[in-house]
Design a protein around this ligand. Structure first.
Ligand code: IPD
Ligand code: CA
Ligand code: CA
Length: 264
């Protein structure tokens, strides 16, 4: 585990916000059967969690800026530091009672993500990474998978929701990957997809049309676990292009080539 003042701040904030989320997830199951569904209840849970994170992070590091899903951008006086905060990544899973979602907090310093925490409150899995200090799941040091043959690989991707992103492009990409990969997954949380690449459960992952708070923390997790991260078009820094392609050195390179080729 990493012991640094910064990690303490991030982990404390995330754990604090997770208590409400875990409680609210228990309620969601009861609301599935109502005609209106749990939509409003989940939005409120999401906002509450963000409020807890915002307060904790602002208190601990008053000058830092924030990019928040619900409250947008809050400019800080310290222009070199920005938090990227997703209080609930995997909302559709949460809403449908599927226990696969996470809180994600990444810290950007001068354009680079230098620390990340992703917490899955249902499985009690805490993924942390800090630049130069490694990546951990609970107390275990992480390493990306060692597989190098695409035919053995499990590759995840993200699908744009109704009315968003390019569905035809994604279908071409998925077609190209399915033709050669051992298996594919659409898990429903970009943050956990990257955390799973970092710990070797997934061999690769790509997604387009993301927001920075979806994948900021995941970038550092994969890199500190010895993996490679670029944008889906191969740009070295994925934050600005807001797309991501991650994996170990061999499979990430192959995945990037497949994505490129699929566009004809
Ligand atoms: C979403 C999840 C999903 C990804 C979407 C994101 P949300 O975040 O990360 O896996 O495919 O692009 O918007 O809305 O659940 O916070
Ligand atoms: Ca969210
Ligand atoms: Ca998200």
């Amino acid at each position: 585990m990493i012991s640094s003042p910064l990690m303490t701040v991030m982990v404390d904030a995330v754990r604090k916000a997770s208590r409400g989320l875990r409680r609210d997830f228990g309620e969601v199951e009861n609301l599935q059967v109502s005609r209106k569904g749990p939509g409003d209840f989940v939005s409120a849970a999401d906002r509450k969690a963000e409020e807890v994170l915002r307060e904790a992070l602002m208190k601990a590091r008053p000058g830092y800026g924030l990019v928040l899903e619900e409250n947008g951008v809050i400019e800080g006086t310290d222009k070199s530091h920005t938090w990227h905060v997703d209080p609930l990544d995997g909302t559709a899973n949460f809403l449908h009672g599927i226990p696969h979602f996470a809180i994600s907090v990444g810290l950007e310093r001068e354009g680079q993500i230098v620390a990340g925490v992703i917490y899955d409150p249902v499985k009690d899995e805490l993924f942390v990474a800090e630049r130069g200090k490694g990546a951990y799941l609970n107390n275990r040091r992480l390493r990306v998978s060692g597989r190098t043959d695409m035919a053995d690989a499990l590759i995840a991707y993200g699908t744009p929701y109704l009315g968003r992103g390019s569905h035809p492009r994604l279908l071409r990409e998925v077609g190209a990957v399915m033709a050669v990969a051992g298996g594919t997954r659409r898990m429903g949380s970009a943050a956990l997809d990257l955390a799973y690449v970092a710990c070797g459960r997934l061999d690769g992952y790509w997604e387009r049309d993301l927001q920075t708070y979806d994948f900021a923390a995941g970038i550092i997790l994969v890199r500190e676990a010895g993996g490679f991260v670029a944008s889906a078009d191969g740009a070295a820094e994925p934050l600005a292009p807001r797309s991501v392609c991650a994996g170990n050195e061999t499979l990430q390179r192959q995945l990037l080539a497949l994505l490129k080729k699929s566009q004809g």
